[in-house]
Design a protein around this ligand. Structure first.
Ligand SMILES: [Zn+2]
Length: 372
């Protein structure tokens, strides 16, 4: 009864956990996983072709041929498929082939160089107007400066949770040239960008100190991320563990009660002694099983870096005027041209990113400056 759930701990199939539990190695295929495997196979030098029923036929790279002792493999992703072709690998996340793929991917971080393609137009026509509200002021027309390319580095990592239901998440952290974290996303790759191979308008030589700073920054971010995920998982995993302990408790309480009833009905026995003896062994067994449950649900997280990407990223400055009568203020801010997305403009008074700008006497300022 209550054991069915625990046994499934490592399985990829079975009923989906309750809605409050993060979704993952359940019955439905995860498109992110397929994307991750595809991308990694390409980086690793394998040739992937479509096969019937959504499978992939993979010609392995020489390294992987050696590692897996075969030249090609057919990958089946659909976790609901009742049978797989002979020699094919059932490779949903959490399956043994899924783990084998992940292990190979984590063996050494793949390194690639890419360029983010610029969007046309590089910024929205209304400039900052879409993201920064104004009161008592009107926006003038926006002017986008020349596009330049900045170096960015993406760190790809897998965060794994062991214990209870094993769980894996793909994360990507994008770091700027100075080591500052620009964005992080739960995705196998940097989202919303069209890449091209190679670094555009950028030398490939880098100072080792710079690389060190990037690594440091990525490590800190990933560790903070893992702690954050752990806190969230702890409550979800704790609920599952407590539910299992509760079922175990109900089972043993019922057994103890039955045993006591049975003993009460028997005549001519030294009831007290027997009852005491059986109660004790049931309680010992209950305690032992509860200990096993707690141990099985004990959580441990692991972060593994599987890929590094150096990017050449298009950016530009956006200039736009704010007007109110005689007051004319020019605002400037950076634009991510790969996404056509400006950052918030800086407040002309305090320099902080402003979500709203208002008239303050004969000047323009953010809401905070205006009320100070
Ligand atoms: Zn301000």
């Amino acid at each position: 009864m209550s054991h069915a759930k625990g046994k499934r701990a490592t399985g990829a199939r079975g009923s989906a956990p309750a809605p409050a539990i993060p979704r993952g190695e359940t019955a439905i295929e995860q498109p992110e996983w397929r994307a991750f495997v595809g991308r990694w196979l390409a980086i690793a030098g394998c040739a992937v072709a479509d096969a019937p029923r959504g499978d992939w036929q993979v010609e392995l790279s020489p390294t992987l041929q050696k590692r897996w002792r075969r030249q090609h493999v057919r990958l089946v992703f659909d976790p609901a498929r009742p049978t797989v072709p002979r020699g094919a690998w059932f490779s949903a996340p959490g399956s043994s082939a899924g783990r084998r793929i992940l292990e190979a991917a984590l063996a050494e971080p793949a390194f690639t160089r890419r360029t983010a393609l610029a969007q046309v137009p590089g910024a929205p026509e209304d400039g900052f107007a879409g993201l920064c509200k104004v009161r008592g002021l009107t926006w003038g027309s926006a002017r986008l400066g020349p596009v330049r390319y900045e170096r960015r580095v993406a760190f790809h990592a897998v965060i794994t949770r062991w214990g209870g239901l094993p769980w894996q998440e793909q994360w990507v952290v994008l770091v700027g040239e100075g080591g500052e974290v620009l964005e992080r996303a739960q995705a196998p790759q940097v989202p919303d960008v069209r890449p091209r191979e190679g670094l555009y308008q950028m030398g490939e030589e880098l100072e080792p100190a710079l690389r060190e700073r990037w690594l440091q920054s990525a490590r800190e971010t990933l560790e903070a991320l893992a702690r954050e995920r752990e806190r969230e998982w702890e409550s979800a995993v704790g609920r599952l563990r407590d539910a299992e302990l509760e079922r175990l408790g109900a089972f043993f309480s019922a057994r103890i009660e039955e045993e006591e009833d049975r003993l009460r009905r028997r005549v001519g026995h030294d009831e007290h002694e027997l009852e005491h003896g059986d109660d004790t062994s049931l309680k010992v067994e209950w305690e032992r099983r509860a200990g096993e449950v707690r141990q099985r649900w004990e959580m441990r997280t692991e972060i593994r870096l599987w890929g590094l990407e150096e990017w050449s990223w298009p950016v530009a400055d956006l200039e736009q005027e704010l007007k109110a009568g005689a007051v004319h203020v020019k605002l400037r801010g950076p634009v991510d041209v790969a996404r056509g997305r400006p950052a918030l403009p800086a407040c002309p008074n305090c320099g902080a990113p402003a979500e709203m700008l208002v008239r303050a006497h004969s000047h323009v300022a953010c809401a905070r400056c205006a009320t100070a």
